[in-house]
Design a protein around this ligand. Structure first.
Ligand SMILES: Cc1cc2nc3c(=O)[nH]c(=O)nc-3n(C[C@H](O)[C@H](O)[C@H](O)COP(=O)(O)O)c2cc1C
Length: 218
């Protein structure tokens, strides 16, 4: 599937069916995560069929139900962790599953105790996933004009890059980033104060790198 289509199809999904994930999808996702850990130096771990994963959890916002599969994004650097997390979210979507990033608070539960962390690493965020009851809906995007700075000539592919970046999920849909285009290059920068802005910067940069072909989803 076209990457832009995949980005358009991914939405935060918080209610899940009890339908189990097929074994081959589980093993392919687990090896994809292993390969990302090797490439980016992260320590992401995936837990399947954890019935109590969200038990006793106070989720900051959003109301989750039926979610038993979790990717725990462990890493040292929040930007790299966000980047890797979004590659995983898109890979999940490519497999016909749904997902939602989950901020920290549920960690007090069973999954926190099972998650391995080396020195200097922390749980940066998580992703709940599975077969969604719905496929979610498109988030509202901020006005591109307020998020874009073009110095000099407009770079080739700027429109496509901007479209991909605006499709990126951000915590509480804050979209605290901007695009700075200069000398043919487009840079994604943090802009404004908010929650998880470094992690979200990584997510947006991931969309940009995928759409420009700097990286692939393989
Ligand atoms: C870093 C991060 C943390 C998030 N934490 C939560 C959360 O704790 N609870 C929740 O319901 N949604 C959470 N979300 C989902 C966002 O609310 C959602 O991605 C955003 O509103 C954009 O919508 P979309 O994912 O459908 O594009 C989080 C998203 C990100 C990127």
């Amino acid at each position: 599937m076209e990457l832009l289509e995949l980005m358009k199809e991914r939405h935060a999904v918080r209610q899940y069916l009890s339908k189990p994930i097929e074994e081959d999808k589980k093993s392919r996702l687990a090896s994809y995560i292993d390969s990302l850990n090797k490439k980016y130096g992260t320590h992401v771990q995936v837990f399947f069929d954890e019935k109590d994963a969200f038990k006793n959890a106070t989720i900051d916002y959003g109301s989750f139900s039926g979610c038993t599969n979790i990717v725990v994004i462990v890493g040292k650097d929040p930007v790299i962790s966000g980047y890797v997390g979004e590659l995983i979210a898109l890979k999940i979507q490519e497999k016909g599953l749904n997902s939602c990033f989950v901020a920290m608070s549920y960690q007090k539960g069973i999954i926190k105790n099972k998650t391995a962390k080396a020195k200097g690493e922390k749980i940066q965020c998580s992703i709940g996933f599975g077969y969604g009851k719905t496929s979610g809906f498109a988030h509202k995007s901020r006005d591109l004009k307020k998020m874009l700075i073009v110095k000099g000539e407009k770079p080739e592919h700027l429109d496509e890059i901007a479209e991909a970046c605006l499709l990126a999920p951000t915590a509480m849909n804050q979209q605290r980033f901007r695009l700075v285009a200069s000398k043919g290059e487009v840079e994604i920068q943090k802009h404004g104060i908010g929650f998880y802005t470094d992690f979200c910067l990584g997510i947006v940069r991931c969309h940009k790198d995928l759409i420009t072909g700097a990286i692939s989803l393989d």
